[in-house]
Design a protein around this ligand. Sequence first.
Ligand code: G6P
Length: 607
Amino acid sequence: MCGIIGYVGKENALPVLIEGLRRESYRGYDSSGVVVFGKDAQIVKAVGKLEALEEKLGSFRIQGGLGVGHVRWATHGGVTEENAHPHADCNGNIFVVHNGIIENYRILREKLEKRGHTFASQTDTEVLSHLIEDFFEGNLEDAVRKALQLVRGTYGLVVIAKQDPEKLVAARLSSPLVLATNTEGGYVASDPAALVSHSNKMVFLEDGEVAVITEHGFQVSDLFNVSKVKEAVELEWSVEEAQKGGYEHFMLKEIMEQSESILNSLRGRLVEKEGKAKLGGLDPVKDRLQNVDRLIISGMGTAYIAALVGEYMLEEHVGIPVEAENAAEFRYRKPIISDNTAFLAISQSGETADTLGALREAKEKGAFTLGIVNAVGATVSRETAAGVYNHAGPEIGVASTKAFTSQLVVLALLTLYLGRQRGMSLVTGQRIAKELGRIPELVRRILDQADRIAVLAEKYWKYSNFLYIGRKYNYPIALEGALKLKEISYTHAEGYGAGEMKHGPIALIDENFPTIAIVPSDSVYEKMISNIQEIKTRKGPVIAIATEGNTEIGDIADDVIYIPKTLEMLTPILAVIPLQLFAYFFGVAKGYDVDKPRNLAKSVTVE
Ligand code: G6P
């Protein structure tokens, strides 16, 4: 979740670094820093937002064509300037920016201190600059290679040295790094979003690779200096896509563009007449998929909630046993996996540490691995045998919105794809395909109600506790609605399956504890209505998410948001949208920075 940027070339490095850090700042950070080599090495760090760093830089005139920058999200050592990156060696010759965790840093630090190194911070990262200093004999990449052979842990790091000043040296193990070049020079970053304004052709480093980047290009090798041939990937994300597009917050922009992002996820993938889905990424493994007799879907946060919806979709329509698993738990169980078990990782970023951990565990045990990933080229997509990209465009707001609906759409496509291989009738296939094709338009109709939902958020924002309930397909949506409210507005919210209500949560209900009930006209509608009545009997205010044309619900609930009618399996895609908007306006009403909620990060790349 920290961000790295490095530049070497003809331009002045500082503006390139600051722009890169700004583009990476959506990941969540608490301090930042840059070092630029001009006549001398100038290093500036600041705690807090990037503006604080820029303010400090205002009094410096840093000129020079080589530099690195970092936004830090603290893991080891408090949020202080000393602990912010870049970290230097004893002599101010070598500077390191690092994402990840050096697990054996205590032992390394003790040894280095015994050898006379003095440390300026409490970070694990600082051992790297001193270790590299220890091995430095004039060639930076040689020293980096030797140092990394002693390191245990994870890293995406970039190093520069005054005594070898024409290059950036970058290395990766489990923490992403991407390179790009143009006529102005060479770039490295932890996130492609930081480089899109310089080039759309990117080279992703793999684990164990070391890159030397100069003004004229780059060379990649491994820790033992064996050269690697790398191919560039062309990214379709434009700079504009990564900007707010006129909305006050990225989160609102991303909620409001869901009609379009869903369309992008569906584009070219529906064959309505044949009632089929075309998923190019799965075609090479079509035969292998035929043998799969069990599917595990796993992810974290909102991606895990998408997995829960997928469980309902796939079990109902494909007829194989499906389990949704929280990746952080799965990786430390002793999961039982056979050759015919498929493991599907869902991740917007494709870099979430626990999701990767679970994926590797499943792979190791022989599972056939698949991925649903939004960030093209991310680790999950590279470590799975096959998969499907979301094509939802970059998601900047920390709380996932458009990536979630896109994940649900891809799961529905997967249901169609696998279902038709395994006995789903042509008629059912056609019905699902046709209805999926209508979803972007149905989503637009819900988004048109944004102003009304803003008024509702105004009405309720002073309540401090909320219960979200749903059943079957919309049980996970109750969890997601509650998660969104917690993340964005720091308001206590609990998501429950409505059937569980009588086993505890109903004890909380009184006139100060509103419930949001997801109650579309589906196969569990009557049961939901009984649950809502039980809440009303106890004077709990109720906001219902119901299907257009329902004439009964208005008399039972205090407020109703209507969503269009669709197939039961697709209702979660529609029902979640009012909940996203409600959480957004609620957070705004409370005056919070909804794009960067406190304590949260967009991409959680440590356990
Ligand atoms: C973080 C984000 C969530 C996201 C989760 C999983 O917690 O704040 O919005 O759902 O990570 O991220 P992934 O990139 O794996 O989907």
